[in-house]
Design a protein around this ligand. Structure first.
Ligand SMILES: NC(=O)c1ccc[n+]([C@@H]2O[C@H](COP(=O)([O-])OP(=O)(O)OC[C@H]3O[C@@H](n4cnc5c(N)ncnc54)[C@H](O)[C@@H]3O)[C@@H](O)[C@H]2O)c1
Length: 275
C-alpha cells in the first residue's frame, strides 16, 4: 500500500537493529511511501550486520553514530545531507537502553552511573540530535521528528525501572524543543507512545510477557503492532500532519484510556486473589 506520502522527502532513521525493531518497519514503510533516507545505529549494533540487509532492501546507506556523541551526530547530519542531496525532512529517533534494566537491578537500588547512561541514551540523545540539527540548520522547514515513548512516562509499570524517568524526560524534550524549533524553523517534534512490542529492547524488560498480555487484554483493539506504529509515523512525517507538534500520541489500541476491561473482569472475578 503506497500513497506516496513521503515522495521526494529525505530522512534519517535511528535504531533499526534487526527485523523486529520498530525502526526497521518504519524504514520499510518510508521506502514504500517514496522517501530516501540514511539508516544509523551505534558502531556496536552494526556488528550484528542485519541493518545492511535492510539497507539493501531500501536502497539506503548506513552511517554509524553513537547517538550520545555530538561529533558523531554532526558527521552523520553532514554526510546524510551530502548523500541525499539536501536538507533532512524527517528523523526517526527509535533508541532506548537501560543498563539497570539489562542487569536486572531493582528500582530501589539503582546504580546511578547506569541511570545517567539510561537518560543519556534514551532521552538526552533526542536533545542532542535536535541541537546538532538546529546548529547545522539541517532540517527543512515543516520537517518532522518522531521519537518512541511508552506510557510508563505517566504511570507506574513496576519493572520498567529507570526507563520510566527516561520516557518522562523524552516527552518533556519533545514539548520544550518542539517550542523552540517550531518558532525558529517550523520544525515539528512528536512522540508516539507505543504498545508493548516484541523487540530486543522490549523483551529486555523483566516480565515483558505480562506487560504484553495484560495490555492486550485491556485494550479494546488489542495491542498495536510495529507495523501500525510505522503507519502512524508515515502520517507524522508527511505533510498531512503539518500543524501537529509537541504531542505525545498513543498508538496503543485504546489502552491509555482504560480502567478495566471485561476480559480482565472475567479473569479476576473468581480468581480467589486477595481472599
Ligand atoms: N518494544 C516495546 O515494547 C516498546 C514500547 C514502547 C516504546 N518503545 C521504544 O521504541 C524504541 C525502539 O525500540 P525497539 O522496541 O524497536 O527495540 P530495539 O532494541 O530494536 O531498538 C533499540 C535501538 O536503540 C539502539 N541504540 C542503543 N544505544 C544506542 C546508542 N548509544 N546509539 C545509537 N543507537 C543506540 C539499539 O542499537 C537499537 O537499534 C525505544 O525508544 C523503545 O523504548 C518500545
Amino acid at each position: 500500500m503506497t500513497n506516496n506520502l513521503l515522495k521526494g522527502k529525505r530522512g534519517i532513521i535511528f535504531g533499526a537493529l534487526d527485523e523486529n525493531s520498530i525502526a526497521w518497519k518504519v524504514a520499510l514503510r518510508a521506502k514504500e511511501e517514496g522517501a530516501k533516507f540514511v539508516l544509523s545505529n551505534s558502531p556496536i549494533a552494526l556488528r550484528k550486520k542485519d541493518i545492511f540487509e535492510l539497507a539493501k532492501i531500501t536502497e539506503s546507506q548506513v552511517i554509524a553514530a553513537d547517538i550520545t556523541e555530538i561529533s558523531e551526530l554532526e558527521d552523520l547530519f553532514e554526510e546524510s545531507m551530502a548523500l541525499l542531496g539536501g536538507k533532512i525532512d524527517f528523523v526517526l529517533h527509535s533508541v532506548g537502553m537501560s543498563p539497570n534494566v539489562r542487569k536486572g537491578i531493582h528500582y530501589t537500588e539503582l546504580d546511578y552511573d547506569y541511570m545517567q547512561k539510561t537518560l543519556d541514551v534514551s532521552a538526552i540523545s533526542l536533545h542532542k540530535v535536535l541541537a546538532v540539527a538546529k546548529k547545522l540548520d539541517a532540517i527543512s522547514e515543516w520537517g518532522s521528528v518522531v521519537t518512541l515513548s511508552y506510557i510508563a512516562a505517566q504511570r507506574v509499570f513496576s519493572s520498567y525501572s529507570d526507563m520510566a524517568q527516561a520516557k518522562a524526560m523524552l516527552e518533556s524534550i519533545v514539548r520544550q524543543f518542539g517550542y523552540h524549533y517550531g518558532v525558529a524553523k517550523k520544525v515539528r517534534i512528536n512522540s508516539v507512545s507505543q504498545s508493548p512490542t516484541r523487540t530486543t529492547a522490549g523483551t529486555g524488560v523483566s516480565g515483558f510477557n505480562a506487560f504484553f498480555n495484560y495490555a492486550d487484554a485491556m485494550s479494546p483493539l488489542g495491542n498495536a503492532d510495529s507495523k501500525s506504529c510505522a503507519d502512524m509515523c508515515m502520517f507524522l512525517f508527511s505533510d498531512l500532519s503539518r500543524m501537529m507538534t509537541m504531542q505525545n500520541l498513543y498508538n496503543d489500541g485504546g489502552f491509555s484510556s482504560m480502567g478495566i476491561s471485561n476480559k480482565l473482569i472475567e479473569q479476576y472475578i473468581n480468581c480467589g486473589c486477595g481472599e
